[in-house]
Design a protein around this ligand. Structure first.
Ligand code: FES
Length: 144
């Protein structure tokens, strides 16, 4: 290899080594971290709001109706009372539903049933559904 080519290749390789950390760091931004924090908040189910005028929650216009938001099942149990519980059955994480005629929360997978308060009525589940606080303000529910 000629001396001239050696120095040219050496300079090109060096500049690539110097720019590589900049390129890799650009893949991680503060926005990415913010997104993770938001996801963590959703996983913790803190401060979730529900716009009751949204078509996504039309079922909540009727007493006995229910809807899902994230991992939460929201039940309208009276004109002014809404209940929020984890929608994930404590047996094997299937999504529970709500039966307004029996006022129970059945799991379609293996037959567990829960009360509106989340307590186990019959198994195989042995642990209650996690219950959240719900505040109604105008047309907005805040679940925490
Ligand atoms: S996952 Fe609900 S009863 Fe098994």
């Amino acid at each position: 290899m000629e001396r001239r080519h050696f120095f040219r290749n050496f300079a090109l390789g060096g500049s690539l080594l110097l720019t590589a950390p900049v390129l890799f760091n650009s893949c991680s931004t503060d926005d990415d971290n913010g997104g993770d924090e938001n996801n963590n908040n959703n996983n913790n189910n803190t401060g979730i709001t529900v716009d009751l005028t949204s078509p996504d929650f039309a079922n909540l216009k009727t007493v006995g109706g229910f809807a899902y938001k994230g991992d939460i099942i929201i039940i309208r149990s009276s004109e002014t009372v809404y209940i929020a519980l984890s929608k994930l059955c404590t047996h094997s994480q299937c999504t529970v539903t709500y039966n307004s005629s029996t006022q129970e929360i059945p799991c379609p997978c293996h037959g567990s049933k829960f009360t509106k308060e989340g307590a186990v009525v019959n198994g195989p589940a042995t642990s209650p559904l996690k219950k959240y606080d719900v505040k109604l303000s105008g047309n907005t529910l805040t679940i925490s």
